[in-house]
Write a protein that binds this ligand. Structure first.
Ligand code: ZN
Length: 161
């Protein structure tokens, strides 16, 4: 198990656009493993994107605790969205803060897994929310940019993404 240091709000790395992965090298596999370890550390997170550990690659890992378990996304692309939902979000890179963000209720996403196989996934509710949140990280966007009332609050004990 290897933990990586989290990049925190204020670091310009979080505002950059990540580059696609051209080849799934042992380095990318190690990145995926370390990202999951960092996400699960003390049960803190339900999702983590590569820029949050300082790597500007289009990769994220999610585990919202549903039947899917851990899902790894390489070069993800959201190909369909519908509906809307509004709920509080948090982020491992924005500790202690929360705000309500509007997201699609449903998303369909295409990505590559660690074996190089392309897959599609349909998600609703929390999983759809988490996918949108992590995908935003790859484009330098943080949830606090999207607060429905323009304000950011001190967080309670909610799960952080
Ligand atoms: Zn986040």
């Amino acid at each position: 198990m290897a933990l990586r240091n989290l990049v925190l709000e204020g670091d310009p790395l979080l505002r950059k656009t990540s580059r696609p992965v051209d080849e799934i090298t042992p380095r990318i596999i190690k990145l995926l493993d370390d990202m999951a370890d960092t996400m699960y550390f003390e049960g803190r997170g339900i999702g983590i994107a590569a820029p949050q550990v300082g790597v500007l690659r289009r990769v994220f890992v999610i585990d919202v605790g549903d039947e899917h378990g851990k899902i790894e996304f390489i070069n993800p692309e959201i190909i369909e969205t519908s509906g809307s939902q509004t709920d509080n979000e948090g982020c491992l890179s924005v500790p202690g803060k929360t705000c309500a963000v509007e997201r699609p209720e449903y998303v369909k996403i295409k990505a590559t897994d660690r074996d190089g196989n392309e897959f599609e996934l349909e998600a609703e509710g929390l999983l759809a929310r988490c996918i949108c949140h992590e995908n935003d990280h790859l484009n330098g966007i943080l949830f606090i940019d999207k607060s429905v009332d323009g304000k950011v609050y001190k967080a309670g004990d909610d799960d952080e993404e």
